[in-house]
Design a binder for this molecule. Structure first.
Ligand code: GDP
Ligand code: MN
Length: 381
């Protein structure tokens, strides 16, 4: 789950990281009121869950409350990379001397969190990463120990941070680590972390990604989710407790169990197909879940065939079959569907589905081949 800038910075501030004074608004007139509170000179920042807002014109400085209102009105009608701006952050403007990049993320290859830092922070960090990767310093964290002082000094020295900033930098880095660690984040990033003209280190921007699988123990964070900006099919799936990820292929997959779902996708690819989604309907999926899953899969216009791969363990095949039958009745799919049912009560399941217009398969390989052929229009139901 992505957090907005204002949410991320609020979390950072709880861990002792200095952030600009600011408030969120959703109307231009509120922006004026806030700008007045902040003393006039403010930065108006579009709150959308994509990077590169600065380059897209979604970050602008206003010299007084009048201008703040005008700019706010403009930004609130903007669309940035396909996302409508619904909220803006009005921050007290800062005078920038230097922009530093500081982030923590998972290094999957190293199986450890990694700190990334650069003296060349700001809106061109992606360009720096591409053209001058050596300007981004990487230091791994032992998660059991945390950040050691020598590592902080090492990073501070590597980015040529003025000596008088080292102590505060250490506090910020440790704060960022705490924010990352205790919120089960997969990314905590400050870009830019500025040295202001008054020689203060301030987090001007903030970004956090939270591990979805950890949200159950961070209900306060789960409440921060902005569903305005997720793929509608994923929002719908979440409502029914389905694990769904939209992909770019044309074969819809409905599978019970995450491992089986991944195996099904692999085998589709093996036979030259491309899955349209990952979907785990979970154990004990009744008709309502199956109906929702089928509707979600079919809402994707790319889908040309559907593969149903059900392994009955605790979930009984007859129960799922009934769900499929109800779902077909309700949704009336127009694309061919290949079904493979094995395990508990599979015989009953097949009998239930005999009346439906489905392509049946015995093995997973057989089912995958048939689904690939069906998606190409080479196999009619
Ligand atoms: P992003 O483009 O989405 O990463 O948005 P940022 O919040 O990082 O802002 C982009 C750039 O706007 C920063 O790198 C700064 O150069 C500039 N900026 C942001 N806030 C301020 C501010 O308070 N004062 C000044 N002068 N520039 C700012
Ligand atoms: Mn930024």
């Amino acid at each position: 789950m992505k957090l907005h800038e204002y949410q991320s910075k609020l979390i950072f501030s709880r861990y002792g990281i200095r952030i600009p004074k600011g408030r969120v608004a959703s109307t231009a007139s509120d922006a004026r009121v806030i700008a007045n509170e902040m003393g006039g000179r403010v930065v108006i920042k579009a709150q959308v869950l994509v990077g590169g807002r600065g380059k897209a014109g979604g970050i602008r400085v206003a010299k007084d409350a009048d201008e703040a209102e005008q700019i706010a009105a403009q930004i609130l009608t903007m669309e940035i990379k396909g996302l409508r701006v619904h909220k803006i952050l009005i921050d007290e403007a800062a005078a920038i001397e230097q922009e530093i990049y500081l982030g923590i993320t998972n290094d999957r290859a190293a199986k450890k969190p990694v700190i990334m830092a650069s003296a060349s922070g700001g809106i061109d960090i992606e360009e720096v990463a591409r053209t001058h990767p050596e300007k981004i310093i990487k230091v791994h964290i032992n998660p059991l120990i945390g950040i050691k002082d020598y590592q902080t000094r090492d990073i501070a020295a590597s980015i040529d941070l003025p000596r008088e900033q080292w102590k505060t930098f250490g506090e910020i880095l440790n704060g960022l680590w705490q924010a990352y660690e205790s919120n089960d984040a997969t990314l905590a990033e400050i870009n830019p972390l500025i040295i202001s003209k008054e020689k203060r280190l301030i987090a001007l921007d903030g970004k956090m990604l939270i591990d979805d699988n950890a949200l159950f123990r961070h209900l306060d964070l789960a409440e921060m989710r902005d569903t305005d900006e997720d793929a509608p099919s994923e929002v719908e799936a979440r409502k029914y407790g389905l694990t769904f990820i939209k992909l770019d292929g044309n074969i819809g997959c409905m599978v019970n169990g995450a491992g089986l779902a991944m195996a099904s996708m692999d085998i589709l690819k093996h036979f030259g197909g491309e899955p349209a989604n990952f979907l785990d309907i979970g154990g004990g999926a009744g008709a309502d879940k199956v109906v929702a899953a089928l509707r979600i899969i079919l809402s994707d216009p790319n889908v040309k065939a559907i593969l149903l791969n059900i392994f009955g363990g605790i979930t009984r095949c007859d129960e799922v079959a009934r769900g499929i039958l109800t779902a077909i009745g309700e949704v009336q799919p127009k694309v061919p569907m290949v079904v493979r049912l094995v395990g508990t009560n599979s015989e009953e399941g097949r009998q239930i589905l005999a009346s439906a217009n489905l392509i049946t398969a015995e093995t997973l390989a057989d089912a995958a081949k048939k689904a690939v052929a069906a998606a190409k229009g080479e196999l009619e139901k």
